[in-house]
Design a protein around this ligand. Structure first.
Ligand code: C2E
Ligand code: CA
Ligand code: CA
Length: 409
């Protein structure tokens, strides 16, 4: 793109009232700016090398507010509106928004100033009050809040405010702790412990889920090594994956790198994904999951039965475990249909040689019912809530040689 323009002495660069689509910086020479007042062309300024003019065009479809004429042979750098818009689009979102707000403010100030100048001719005592300036639009405020939240979340990752909690997973035959699910928390300096539902969505929308996801994977794999040193029964840590993390060439390579770095057998890591991830991006998901399974890790379908419930993917994807959603577990005692669904899922899993985890077990009766049905693993508040690593280590030590639940149950 040619961004230079040469103008001869006396040549008009633009006329007042014309639509403009670029701004200029004077590289050498000088330019006179003038406006039409009562039918007469009045000079308002003469600007030199280094000065920016015509910048109102960058704010969008704004008519030229003055006429610009070269006083001498002048070299200009042209800044097209489109060029600035593209730059803004690709720049840091926060800087872009800030600039947009500043440009809008500048525009409204200029408009008001023009009004004031016009009125000043008749009323010398006119005052401009700040509150008279137009408010930021609602969209701008929402965008600014979103950016602030993103900035805070990024800061949380960088300053160690994110933390993994661990919830035990119990083998229902031996009643021993054989694994755990890692669940993220944000230890916010003002708000306290923030649950994932309040920030995972933001992380996904903003793309922060990639660095946060990497951090989760590394942290959970390292913790798995520590847990395995604490208890000989401990077999796996489950890691939740978001759909946005399935970037070909990123996820699998990253995980493989951590496995090597930590010298861990990949079979000790289970990856949990939801049905919606498989449906949204079946090809990338299948390739990544197959690669993870080929390394030796296992794959669980989370919240099973709540999503698309299309059973066709069960043999299309490499799935080792079904996690029955807590909505079935919590209604199974009173609701015969839920009970039948859980029973059918057990038969299905057995036929497909998959293991089953029942989530959200809160009552002893639910635990007993699951055991009777032959569900392999249980997870829920009945056994323990998710807890920080230090507490989970104590829990592991306590139940190392003891059943988590009274064996009679
Ligand atoms: P999820 O993967 O289905 O995780 C299970 C959720 O159920 C957890 O909520 C857990 O604390 C809760 N839970 C466990 N047992 C019981 C119970 O007996 N009763 C009840 N009512 N709830 C129980 P949490 O930790 O708030 O996580 C919510 C969701 O946030 C998770 O659902 C998962 O989708 C997402 N999430 C959590 N950690 C991560 C993570 O590290 N990465 C990603 N991508 N998502 C995560
Ligand atoms: Ca999960
Ligand atoms: Ca779940």
């Amino acid at each position: 793109m040619n961004m230079n323009q040469t103008v001869k002495k006396g040549e008009v660069i633009f006329f007042e009232g014309e639509p403009g689509n670029c701004a200029y910086i004077i590289e050498s020479g000088s330019v006179e700016l003038s406006i039409l007042v009562d039918g007469e062309q009045k000079k308002i300024s003469q600007i030199q090398a280094g000065a920016l003019f015509g910048e109102m065009a960058l704010i969008g479809n704004h008519l030229r507010t003055a006429t610009a004429i070269a006083v001498e042979h002048t070299e200009l750098i042209v800044i097209p509106e489109k060029y600035v818009a593209e730059k803004l689009e690709n720049s840091d979102k926060f800087v872009a928004l800030l600039l947009k707000i500043l440009l809008q403010r500048y525009l409204s100030m200029r408009t008001r100033l023009d009004d004031v100048m016009a009125k000043a001719k008749t009323d010398a005592n006119l005052l401009v009050s700040e509150s008279a300036l137009p408010e930021c639009s609602r969209d701008t405020v929402v965008a600014a809040l979103q950016l602030e939240a993103e900035h805070n979340l990024k800061h949380a990752l960088e300053t160690g405010q994110l933390e993994l909690f661990y919830q035990p997973i119990i083998a229902l035959d031996t009643l021993q702790v054989v694994g755990c699910e890692s669940l993220i928390r944000w230890r916010h300096p003002q708000r306290g412990l923030v649950p994932p539902v309040e920030f995972i969505g933001l992380a996904e929308e903003s793309g922060l889920i990639i660095p946060i996801g990497h951090w989760i994977i590394q942290e959970a794999i390292q913790a798995c090594q520590r847990f395995r040193h604490k208890s000989s029964h401990f077999a796996f840590v489950s890691i939740n994956l978001s759909g946005k993390q399935f970037i070909p060439g990123d996820l699998v390579d990253y995980i493989q790198g951590i496995f090597q770095q930590e010298q861990i057998d990949p079979k000790h890591i289970k990856f949990e994904i939801t049905e919606s991830i498989l449906m949204a991006n079946p090809l990338d998901a299948a390739a990544s999951l197959e690669a993870l399974q080929a390394m030796g890790s296992t794959i669980a379908i989370d919240d099973f039965g709540t999503g698309y419930s299309s059973l066709s993917y069960l043999h299309r994807f490499p799935i080792d475990t079904l996690k029955i959603d807590k909505s079935f577990v919590s209604t199974m005692l009173e609701n015969a249909k839920s009970h039948e669904i859980v029973k059918s899922l057990c038969i299905l899993a057995k036929a497909l040689v998959m293991s089953i985890v029942a989530e959200g077990i809160e009552k002893v009766e639910e635990h007993q019912r699951m055991r009777k049905m032959g569900v392999n693993y249980g997870q829920g508040y009945f056994y323990a809530k998710p807890m920080p690593e230090s507490e989970f280590c104590e829990y592991l030590l306590k139940y190392q040689s003891q059943a988590v639940v009274d064996v009679a149950k």
